[in-house]
Design a protein around this ligand. Sequence first.
Ligand code: GDD
Length: 320
Amino acid sequence: MELAMRKALITGGTGFVAKHLSENLINKGYQVIGTTRTCCPDLYFMDNYELRTINYGDVNDWINLFNETVPDEIYHLAGQSSVRLSWDNKVDTFNANLINTINMLEAIKESEIRHKARILITGSSEEYGHVNEGEAISESTILQPLNPYGVSKAALCMLMKQYVKTYGLHIRYARPFNHIGPGQGLGFVTSDFAKQIVDIEKEKQPPYIKVGNLESKRDFTDVRDIVEAYHILVQCGIDGEVYNVCTGRAMSMQYLLDFFVQHCKHPEPIKVIRDELKMRPSDYPIYYGDNGKINELGWHPKIGLEQSLSDILDYWRSRA
Ligand code: GDD
């Protein structure tokens, strides 16, 4: 007798992380259903993959989706993921990250998958906000977010715990630190740097690169390791628990810039220009996590930073 394929539903299905997660799960033998608000022109077609449009603000739309597709696992990646944009679009950030998730959880509670589906909700290291400088951040570090994005995710985490305790939903919560990799959009540091380097190589931009704060240090994990962590959390995580997803190492933006500049194929030296528009109202100097809790479930990052940076550069070269 043939075993039924496991079904995974990924919200925010056309996003950077979702594309990597879809590929990862399909390779593991899953059937994957992605969701999106509007049908997109760059739809990618893969075997065992389906993309559905949904109004994230409509509980009935969610209920219909769950009852029709009956997923075994739900990876909730839909949301507003830019810290910088959250300063300008506070209400949109809260709608996308918090209100839409309430709609989704209410729908799960009312649908036939309530008792069986395992759910992953993704938060962010931005929830920790103000921390003691230089200390590795663990899951028990107090949450003191410093921007609207971080506040929206911290509220999401508290809400998640209530749905586990009050309604018995099977939710695990990932708190990823910075993730990078091929396919990430502009507005995040490695894509912003790499795209400019490739534009310089193609002579679409004079040999100067505009940058923001180069002194900050962050804990970068490759997206392909991140999605593996999400799968492990859904299989072996504990309901209501929070798990940092990170490498435990901080790297400076200057280091990333130096890597890209050294790998630029343009013959002239690259001038670095500090762009005030890229500076943040608040930006902490150093941030890295303690990944001991998720290590105990068997997850360890495998892709080194230089490999990620090199793949990001190749991604932008292939698009140019
Ligand atoms: N985006 C960007 N562009 N950031 C720059 C630039 C630039 O040209 N130059 C310097 N930076 C600095 C920022 O000031 C910040 O200190 C650091 O690079 C990282 O910025 P981002 O890549 O935009 O990431 P983030 O830390 O603000 O947020 C990311 O990580 C969070 C987890 O810690 C996002 O992926 C969030 O969604 C995620 O939750």
